[in-house]
Design a protein around this ligand. Sequence first.
Ligand SMILES: Nc1ncnc2c1ncn2[C@@H]1O[C@H](COP(=O)(O)OP(=O)(O)OP(=O)(O)O)[C@@H](O)[C@H]1O
Ligand SMILES: [Mg+2]
Length: 333
Amino acid sequence: MSVVNMVWLYFGMHAILAKMIYLDSQVQRRLDQDLAILKKLRPLPPTAVAKLKEQFAVEMTYNSNSIEGNTLTLKETHLVLNEGITIKGKSLKDHLEAKNHHEALHYLYELVDHKAKNTVSEQLIRSLQQMIVRETGSSVAGKYRSGAVIITGSKHVPPDAHEVPHQMQRLIRWFKDQEDRLHPIELAAIAHHKFVHIHPFFDGNGRAARLFLNLILMQKGYPLVIILKHDRKKYYNVLQKADAGDLKPIVRFIAQSVERSLHIHLKVLQPQKKKQKKYLPLSTIAPETPYSEKYLNLLARFGRIEAHKEGRIWVSTLEAVKVYQAGRLRKRT
Ligand SMILES: Nc1ncnc2c1ncn2[C@@H]1O[C@H](COP(=O)(O)OP(=O)(O)OP(=O)(O)O)[C@@H](O)[C@H]1O
Ligand SMILES: [Mg+2]
């Protein structure tokens, strides 16, 4: 190899190492566009925003608590939080967890609304966990663990307890160092993984880490993002891949959750006069396209078409498939 080639190789490698890209560029473009549309709609109508915020707060409380084993349904969570109703046959713990999570979430909303600065800190992480387990595990609230923990359903063994303070300091340092280098979705997804990888507490790690993910995203202008209970298996799967050093799947997974939230917000907040996108199940769209439902499902999961999940099913638009088709044709010619 000539010296010139070696120099190019050196600088090429350097450039790659300096900016690792975890988010697919096509997905990034789409999400950046959606966020820009949302930001342009500001100032947003306060009543609609308040309604959306509460809807998402209830939805997230249900999903995040349900991932960790809470048995309240979405409707029951709504009744407990908004109507002050006690659900017969459900434990006191389930009720308290819902209330405590809801309070923690409103605390985050306030931090974001008041544009609090330099909020990402160990202290904030400890406060979030403290709020979450306040009434169900007060002996471990706000304190890093002093012993070993295991994660049921996962092969990952978190580090020894004596490593936790040091690793948490490193997480915050890493965050500050990467904050302006990574795309916010990459930053939030990787920070979330680092958090649960360390598993700093005896309880409440998953829920606190999902709030932490949202603090990062909301401070960058994104709406609240929900990891759905339906996606628990996938979520555990992508975290396991991240444990092994492959960060793209967790970033893609979080990007899909961001896309869902953005679509729902745009649907509600965009003025009716503007032509809104009509999201339909892939089974409805497929017959209008050259692709099968199964293939469209694959494209949706890999972020190749603009799509998001509603409950268990993927929805997209005919226009999104046309955009994909046009791109394929351009590539071929
Ligand atoms: N392979 C993995 N690597 C790192 N973290 C993981 C992995 N698999 C799952 N997790 C995380 O661990 C969480 C569950 O762990 P655990 O049951 O110990 O949580 P916890 O401390 O009781 O928190 P919570 O009560 O909020 O669920 C999941 O919500 C997820 O965020
Ligand atoms: Mg738990």
